[in-house]
Design a protein around this ligand. Structure first.
Ligand code: GDP
Ligand code: MG
Length: 723
């Protein structure tokens, strides 16, 4: 066998030299690294016919080029690519010493941890779960007392095993939070595209070093490829000033913070202190309550509930203002534009479409403000941490809870901000599973449909029906997630070492900037596409127009009544006439609707949908509901106004449906379930497409509809047979 190089690394005073001497005995020599005065010790250890060349690297705390020692250690690793790095760790200070170990892992070197000073550990009453540490890190860990030679045999055996196996450099990737992660991804793309330094370092690592403004890497980069380097530097500059203004800190500090957070969570359950209660830091103290087995979930539910309440309580005022503004615009357009095609386009296509987009804005901003608070303060990570086990069973992630809640996990939410909240999910598979299932919940526009039908068919049990639908939505979302994750979105979940960053009080300015950034993204991205689709949908619901001879008699009737109004002075009579005009206009709308493309589709579908109990009227409402769920109620209103022309008092929609012979309880249930589960509204579909791809946007539309239809058929067919 040949010779393999093994590097000994570690913080100063971890016992590296002691270990080096123990392993090499007299077979060592001391020199200097080429050109510099840092001491270089080398020695040999023979095991069987393998010669292990051991190099004792200078002690360092990190791998960023802060000092000559660190630079030497790092250059040795990337230039000589040793088969193995033995990181000597003072186990009494595991957390601090792991900082270096994690950086080795990020660099991707094959690593072995020598947990030294185990005698001190024992004296201090600390227990370390070596097996757990080794399995979470996926690297061998050998406990040692170098001073006494304890653990030498096992260490040598492991060293031979590891260094003889084909060395695999597999860099670990840690999340650095919502501010840096996307930037790192962007930089990796630039780095990969230009093959920038990639022969020496992993691309993620290069990105991190640029963010840390590592002088050595910057210098190397500039020499090698000025253009790419300055491109990366620009990205760094931008995010640095962003971090300075929002979080009042620099990327380097954020990176260190998250690295420690990562280590902190890594070591949860690994270190057990038997009699040392005073060493817990503040975050730990807080976590004792906030992630407590029983208190934790209770507090979490409270936070979720309050957050939800706050969003819709505060969101409603600006929402109403915006709606007022757009109805003002509508009136303006109706007054000043001549009736006809163009006015209809402006009012129903453009103003309604843009208004729809804008009216989500306050909700989105408030939701994102709270979300940014939970994220920046560090509580979000705890929530995900507590829920992860449950969600994981269904192929989701702890972070999936937020999108679910926002989408209507508590009835009245909205899928658009819910889908946008899936950004906190890092694993692409879990993210897609989450954003595809989030639209199953009871959003604010579905709730009125449920209320209407329960009032008509299950009076006095509205809340119970709503409760069952809510619980049902949760069950369906989780089961469908499971189904998707075990069929078309298979793939391993993101390895779960939960980063628990320290608690921090976010700054108000930082929160505002975070909120605005996301809101602006929504406006910019969704706004343009939504306007376009809104116009298309408007066209589907208004064209082709009905033949003139169908409309003409109604118009004549209306004109007749108008003439009558002009003649009478009796207030009661005028009110009656006005009501009649209303009914006639509704009838006109209804005729227009049945002739439109959307209406024709509704009628055409009757042959199929009758198996779920739906007739052409409900079909039109459901087709319209894809535009926006609010349309379901308004379309039902239009469709069921027929035949009311001669009644004195037009009865409420609820009464009309309750008295309609084509409706019954089973149809109502089937319809409610379908509304709950079928295609997301088109703003949601666009948002899904923006957050993933159009493939998934269209998928959600088709899949959810087919899925909902199957369930509704099941309900209806069983229902009419057995009840
Ligand atoms: P280096 O700076 O990493 O090279 O560390 P050294 O090998 O010089 O050791 C630093 C100190 O730790 C010395 O005083 C060693 O005697 C002591 N030391 C090394 N290994 C152990 C050990 O396993 N247990 C204890 N208690 N002390 C140790
Ligand atoms: Mg030393």
């Amino acid at each position: 066998m040949g010779e393999v190089t093994i590097a000994l690394a570690g913080n100063p005073n971890s016992g590296k030299t002691t270990l080096f001497n123990l392993l090499t005995g007299a077979r060592q020599h001391v020199g200097n690294y080429p050109g510099i005065t840092v001491e270089k010790r080398e020695g040999y250890l023979k095991v069987g016919d393998t010669a292990l060349r051991l190099v004792d690297l200078p002690g360092t705390y990190s791998l960023t080029a802060y000092s000559l020692e660190e630079l030497v250690a790092r250059n040795f690793l990337v230039e000589e690519k040793p088969s193995l790095v033995v990181d000597v760790i003072d186990a009494t200070n595991l957390e601090r010493h792991m900082y270096l170990a994690v950086q080795f892992m990020e660099l991707g070197v094959p690593l072995l941890l020598a947990l030294n000073m185990m005698d001190e550990v024992k004296k201090k009453g600390i227990e370390i779960d070596i097996k757990k540490l080794s399995s979470t890190l996926r690297c061998p860990v050998v406990p040692m007392i170098a001073k006494k030679g304890v653990g030498k045999k096992e260490l040598i055996q492991k060293m031979v095993e590891c260094s003889c196996a084909t060395p695999n450099w597999e860099p670990l990737s840690i999340s650095y939070g919502p501010d840096l992660d996307p930037v790192i991804e962007e930089m990796i793309e630039v780095i990969k595209e230009n093959q920038f330094l990639v022969s020496l370092y992993p691309s993620r690592w290069i990105a991190l070093k640029y963010l840390e403004m590592d002088e050595d890497i910057l210098k190397k980069g500039r020499e090698l490829d000025e253009e790419t380097s300055s491109l990366l530097e620009k990205i760094v500059e931008k995010v640095t000033s962003h971090c300075e203004s929002t979080l009042n800190t620099v990327p380097e500090a954020i990176i260190a913070d998250y690295r420690f957070g990562f280590i902190h969570s890594l070591l949860k359950g690994v270190i057990k202190r038997r009699f040392d209660h005073n060493r817990l830091d503040i975050s730990d103290q807080i976590d004792k309550i906030l992630t407590h087995k029983f208190l934790g979930p209770i507090f979490m539910l409270l936070v979720l509930y309050l957050m939800f309440k706050a969003t819709f309580a505060f969101g409603n005022y600006p929402l109403e203002l915006i709606q007022l503004f757009f109805s003002f615009l509508s009136n303006l357009a109706t007054t000043y534009l001549p009736p006809g095609f163009f006015r209809s386009l402006v009012v129903s296509g453009i103003i309604d479409g843009v208004g729809g987009v804008m009216s989500f804005l306050p909700l989105i901003m408030i939701m994102f403000f709270i979300l940014a608070f939970l994220e920046d303060s560090g509580y979000m990570a705890r929530m995900a941490y507590m829920l992860d086990r449950v969600f994981r069973t269904f192929g989701l992630h702890g972070y999936s809870v937020m999108p679910f809640i926002i989408s209507g996990g508590i009835p009245g939410g909205c899928a658009v901000p819910g889908i946008m909240a899936t950004r906190t999910l890092r694993g692409p598979k879990e993210k897609i599973a989450t954003l595809l299932t989030a639209p199953f919940f009871s959003c604010g526009a579905k709730v009125p449909v449920f209320l209407l039908l329960t009032a008509a068919f299950f009076p006095n049990s509205g809340d119970r029906v709503l409760f069952i639908l809510t619980v049902g939505a949760w069950i369906v979302a989780l089961l469908v997630a499971k189904l998707l994750r075990s069929t078309i979105i298979t793939g391993e979940s993101t390895p779960f070492v939960m980063e628990l960053p320290p608690y921090r009080l976010p700054t108000f300015k930082g929160l505002l900037i975070h909120t605005w950034e996301r809101a602006w993204q929504y406006l910019k991205k969704a706004g343009t596409v939504i306007l376009l689709i809104s116009i298309i949908i408007w066209a589907c619901m208004s064209f082709p127009t009905p033949p003139k001879d169908l409309i003409k008699p109604i118009d004549n009737q209306i004109n007749q009544i108008k003439a009558n109004i002009a003649k009478t002075k009796d207030k009661n009579n005028i009110a009656n006439f006005k009501k009649k005009i209303e009914v006639l206009s509704a009838k006109k709308k209804e005729i227009a609707l049945t002739h439109s493309l959307a209406g024709r589709i509704g009628i055409m579908l009757e042959g199929l949908t009758k198996f779920a109990g739906f007739d052409w009227k409900t079909n039109i409402a459901l087709v319209g509901g894809i535009a926006a769920k609010e349309v379901i109620i308004s379309t039902l209103g239009t469709a069921y106004s027929l035949g009311e022309v001669n009644t004195e008092h037009a009865s409420s929609l609820q009464a009309r449906i309750a008295n309609d012979p084509t409706w019954n309880k089973i149809k109502a249930i089937s319809f409610m379930v379908f509304v709950l589960l079928y295609s997301p509204c088109f703003i949601s579909i666009v948002t899904i497409a923006q957050e993933s791809s159009w493939k998934w946007g269209i998928f959600s539309m088709v899949f959810n509809t087919v899925f909902a239809f199957c369930i509704s058929i099941g309900i209806y067919q069983l229902g009419i047979r057995f009840f």
